[in-house]
Write a protein that binds this ligand. Structure first.
Ligand code: G3P
Ligand code: MG
Length: 249
């Protein structure tokens, strides 16, 4: 059986606070194939890596990301909420993550553009990527498909994904409209038939967020291309165990 690639969701959430440099470093050390991360824009214009548009769940700040400047955000802890051992963690900028990863693994950059709408965020993304030498190791996705279409029209050559929480009709044509070569469905809204149909349409299927062994095994049997998981440690262990059994050792 061919195992799907392992992508650490928000850098993996069961071993470190989500969307932090320590989480991404651990993903690199473990040998994950990729990381997924979420991007918002702060008041001084930088793209920052944080899931929510609000600060209160994953930092010791309050208010909206869009209303705080980068120096203000950098004063917050992005790890104390998770465990005091991670108090020193800060909200990373996208560029800091790019510098850390430096092509060592694939980065799925998910642009959050709702409920807060960051006008022109496609231009900010391209500026942040301008110096990155490993753009062929990026996948860009967003639930905001109007953003995706604007990005597609800029003809960047970046690999794009249809991020959607549904089994879509006319997926091939829909993906073509967005210039996407990947489909990123929610695993709970996915079937084996839909995976086959997407493959027949020439799309790579990378699903989120699978955290249970039975789902990992089922997904592998159904030919999923990548598993986006909060628990890359356990998934990698499972794959290594299965490979050892297959090799007869
Ligand atoms: O990009 C896949 C997944 O992360 C989408 O949902 O809410 O975890 O960002 P969310
Ligand atoms: Mg995400």
């Amino acid at each position: 059986m061919k195992w799907p690639k392992v992508i650490a969701h928000r850098g993996g959430r069961r071993w470190a606070p989500e969307n932090t440099l320590i989480a991404f470093s651990k993903s690199i050390e473990l040998g994950c194939d990729g990381i997924e991360l979420d991007v918002q824009r702060c008041a001084s214009g930088e793209l920052v890596v944080i899931h929510d548009h609000e600060l209160s769940r994953t930092t010791n700040g309050v208010g909206l990301v869009k209303d705080a400047t980068l120096p203000e955000l950098k004063r917050l802890s992005a790890g104390a909420w998770y465990d005091k051992a991670f108090t020193a963690e800060r909200i990373p900028t996208l560029e800091e993550v790019l510098a850390l990863v430096s092509g060592k693994l694939v980065i799925n950059i998910e642009i959050k553009n709702a409920p807060v709408e960051y006008e022109g965020i496609e231009d900010d993304l391209l500026s942040a990527l301008a110096e990155y030498e490993f753009c062929d190791r990026l996948i860009i996705s967003s639930f905001d498909h109007q953003f995706m279409r604007r990005l597609h029209k800029l003809r960047t050559g970046l690999k794009l994904a249809v991020l959607a929480d549904a089994i879509l009709i006319d997926l091939k044509e829909y993906a073509q409209k967005l210039g996407a070569t990947c489909w990123h469905p929610c695993y709970g809204s996915l079937t084996a038939t839909a995976i086959d149909d997407a493959h027949a349409a020439g799309l790579e299927v990378n699903a989120w967020t699978l955290n249970e062994q039975r789902d990992w095994v089922e997904a592998a049997k159904n030919g999923l291309d990548a598993i986006i998981t909060d628990d890359p440690v356990k998934l990698k262990e499972l794959i290594e165990r299965a490979d050892r059994v297959a090799a007869g050792s």
